[in-house]
Design a binder for this molecule. Structure first.
Ligand code: IPE
Ligand code: IPE
Ligand code: MG
Length: 244
């Protein structure tokens, strides 16, 4: 399937790419470095992914930065990651703003330290008007708890008499998720060779194409993004129907 532009048959690009950025710890271990160094290098790969999506004209990019289960990690690692999130937002915000990126967050942002929350607010406010790329960062995010939260929101409406239980459907469930207004991901990339979703976008992944790459996240670059797109373009998306 393709779109015709200037007599060239170009493959249809995904609207939404989501990435499970995995392998920072192993990247550091291979170099006999502390895991924390791997996270620092991982921040550079984030820039590559954002730049790549801007260049390719992908309108939505979602990055899994910290899962609801990652709180189980040693306190020192959690603190370092929180520091990196602050450092990243402070350092990148101007550039993101200038390049037309609208920053968005999903997950339990209220569980983050207050100073991280303040920067999250700042990033949201400063980039609200941008339209080129919606960059959603999943922080303290878990797919199951997102679904449970959505169910609670609908239950509140039912209790208030605003909604009948039999009227609950996929069309009003999806807008109750943190990702309201964002299309489902067409392509989910996971780096580091692991082949699992680890609680990422469980509702939204229903018909996503999954691409697993061996590259460790700090080494991820535009070539890896393009390879993932090549693999995506080689797939036939049927959504349960039959191909034409
Ligand atoms: C991904 O890298 C970053 C986060 C989960 C925060 P990891 O820290 O999971 O790296 P590995 O999987 O241990 O190599
Ligand atoms: C998933 O990676 C979470 C992020 C990339 C933020 P993990 O490293 O936490 O996942 P598991 O533990 O290998 O499943
Ligand atoms: Mg990992």
């Amino acid at each position: 399937m393709g779109i015709v532009q200037s007599n060239n048959l170009l493959p249809e690009m995904p609207d939404h790419i989501a990435i499970i950025m995995d392998g920072n710890g192993r990247w550091a271990a291979r170099r006999s470095m502390n895991r924390l160094k791997g996270h620092e290098q991982g921040a550079k790969a984030v820039r590559e992914a954002v730049k790549g999506c801007l260049e390719l004209g992908i309108p939505y990019l979602t990055l899994f930065a910290f899962s609801s289960e990652n709180w189980k990690r040693p306190q020192e690692e959690v603190n370092h990651l929180m520091g990196l999130f602050k450092f990243f937002i402070k350092r990148e915000l101007n550039e993101l703003k200038k390049s037309g990126v609208k920053v968005n967050f999903i997950g339990h942002i209220n569980k983050l330290p207050q100073d991280v929350q303040s920067l999250v607010e700042l990033a949201l406010n400063e980039t609200r008007q941008n339209t080129k790329l919606v960059l959603t960062i999943a922080l303290s995010y878990g797919g199951r708890s997102e679904i449970v939260d959505a169910a609670k929101r609908l239950a509140v409406k039912v209790k208030a008499g605003e909604l009948e239980p039999e009227d609950i459907c996929e069309e009003n469930f999806a807008p109750s998720l943190d990702t309201a207004g964002i299309p489902d991901p067409d392509l989910i990339i996971r780096t580091s060779g692991e082949k699992r979703l680890s609680n990422f976008l469980l509702w939204q992944c229903a018909y996503a194409e999954l691409v697993f790459q061996d590259v460790l996240w700090p080494d991820f670059n535009k070539e890896n993004l393009e390879n993932a797109l090549d693999e995506y373009h080689s797939r036939c998306r049927r959504y349960g129907a039959i191909s034409v």
